[in-house]
Ligand binder design. Structure first.
Ligand SMILES: [Zn+2]
Length: 294
């Protein structure tokens, strides 16, 4: 390779890199939304509810200081969420346009990732299509709810099996924020059902940590109800947490567990279509949206 070739190759690579970063930034900028901070909000709480990391939130708002607290009334830019590439099985009544819309892509982008369907070729039910990585808008950040406000005093009570500072809820999987299925009504295989928890995507084997200190109520396989290997914890103020679809359980029934202690590993057991943690929160067995607690 002579000097000219080397230089032109370097120029081409730079141009490609610039194009890639421009398109990624462009996507993120397009997907950016904003949120007006309410009193009691924290940066980490807003990040969890928006489905982004605190670092991404800071990067999108360079004027923020290092503290976790932000002034009420300030308007934050919510960066787009980068969703990983995945595969999708086509269901009855769907076509590429519908699927593209649902996953946050344009039809052109989806066809580019699935060139077999270029030129308007039909997709069949059951076909598996590739969904490329993409940037979508942050989840709309709802204000912390009244429910949460009534819960907060209880959440800061001194916890008998942990240091007093550990009343706050810990996100159960460090570094993994992508929620593939929210709390509430959802449709699976054409059947509407209520999803009493959230599904957090993470690789098999990732440690799942107790969101708060408490006692293990259940640690067992529960395939009858679709949970697979599951751990249920009872916390001192009436809250209950469920961790499901685990590949391994790391605690025993009756054991006292402190906040942050690993209780299991992410898996794909029970009624599950890929490695993820189902995280459910209940107050005296009444289901509550886990995202309202962060
Ligand atoms: Zn779930």
């Amino acid at each position: 390779m002579n000097l000219f070739h080397r230089v032109s190759r370097a120029v081409r690579l730079t141009a490609v890199a610039a194009l890639i970063s421009a398109s990624v930034l462009g996507g993120a900028a397009l997907a950016a939304t904003s949120y007006r901070v309410k009193s009691g909000d924290t940066l980490s709480g807003i990040a969890v509810r928006a489905g982004v990391t605190v670092a991404q939130l800071r990067a999108a708002n360079p004027a923020l200081r290092d503290a976790d607290s932000v002034q009420a009334g300030r308007v934050l830019t919510l960066p787009g969420r980068v969703l990983p590439a995945t595969r999708y099985r086509v269901k009855e009544g769907e076509n590429l346009t519908v699927i593209a819309q649902r996953v946050g892509l344009t039809l052109t982008q989806l066809v580019r990732a699935n060139p077999n369907y270029a030129g308007g070729k039909p997709v069949w039910v059951g076909a598996v299509i590739q969904i490329p990585a993409r940037t979508v808008a942050a989840r709309p950040v709802a204000a912390r709810t009244g429910t949460t406000a009534t819960v907060r005093p209880a959440a800061i009570r001194v916890d008998p099996v942990a240091p007093a500072s550990s009343g706050a809820w810990l996100w159960p999987i460090a570094g993994h924020r992508f929620v593939s299925s929210d709390y509430g009504s959802r449709v699976i295989d054409g059947v509407r059902e209520l999803h009493y928890g959230i599904d957090i995507v993470a690789p098999t084997g990732t440690l799942v940590r107790a969101a708060r200190s408490g006692r293990v109520l259940e640690s067992r396989p529960d395939f009858d109800r679709g949970w697979g290997w599951t751990v249920v914890m009872q916390h001192p103020d009436g809250w209950i947490t469920r961790y499901a679809h685990l590949s391994a359980n790391l605690v025993k029934q009756g054991e006292l567990v402190v906040r942050g202690q690993p209780v299991g590993k992410v898996g794909n057991t029970g009624r599950s279509t890929g490695p993820h943690l189902h995280f459910g929160t209940y107050l005296r067995w009444v289901p509550r949206n886990p995202l309202s607690l962060y």
